[in-house]
Design a protein around this ligand. Structure first.
Ligand SMILES: [Zn+2]
Length: 214
């Protein structure tokens, strides 16, 4: 497989790099991304492919189940928090997107409960904050099939992580000043569709703008 990836490097240099050569030269010294994209590490979620974005446009954070620690427990995941801090304070991104996805292994593991992760102590610890999302689902719906429950978990996790993001004073300030927009997205791998969380209707829908394009 390494050989296949190295062939990919050659293709990058000869095809993709050539296509963007001028852009790469412009980007040599600095970056000015407009968006922070927080997504799952899942290999099926490919931000640049999904967004059709060019190099330099999107600053990306990826971790299991696209999580963000709440402000009170920010020390629990300093990697994610420092990347958010850099994107907001230094790069001055104007938008943050938290993007969940269908069939998320991290959400499924959290839904199954910590006992299932006894052999994965780091993951068990890492996914602990998702227990509150699981509890919300269990309190709400008891007669759902497993598949529907998993989808709900994935979507409610996005809403939860957006709320965590909004718990940071620096983020609140920027939202108040109208300098930042935050959206929660849900990417369905099979259909290739992305729905956006609408707070007023408390639902994920395919936005008009997005529909107009397609
Ligand atoms: Zn995932």
């Amino acid at each position: 497989m390494l050989e296949r990836l190295k062939t990919g490097l050659t293709t990058f240099k000869e095809v993709t790099y050539k296509k963007y050569e001028r852009l790469y030269h412009d980007l040599e010294q600095t970056q000015d991304p407009h968006t922070l994209f927080i997504a799952c590490s899942d290999s099926r979620v490919s931000p640049d492919m999904l967004l059709d974005s060019d190099p330099g446009e999107v600053f990306t954070i990826r971790n299991i189940a696209n999580t963000i620690p709440a402000y009170e427990v920010s020390q629990n995941d300093i990697t994610t928090v420092s990347s958010i801090e850099y994107a907001i304070e230094v790069l001055g991104v104007e938008e943050v997107i938290v993007c969940g996805h269908s069939n998320c292994g991290g959400c499924a593991a959290a839904l199954q409960g910590p006992k299932k992760l006894d052999q994965l102590p780091y993951t068990q610890h890492y996914l602990k904050p998702l227990e509150c999302v699981k509890e919300k689902i269990e309190a709400k719906q008891t007669d759902m099939d497993e598949r529907s429950k998993a989808r709900l978990m994935e979507k409610m996790n996005v809403i939860e992580q957006v709320e965590h993001l909004k718990s940071y004073p620096q983020i609140q300030e920027r939202l108040k000043r109208g300098e930042l927009e935050i959206e929660g997205w849900y990417y369905d791998i099979k259909s290739g569709s992305v729905s956006v969380y609408d707070e007023s209707s408390d639902s994920f829908c395919v936005s008009d703008e997005y529909q107009n394009v397609h």
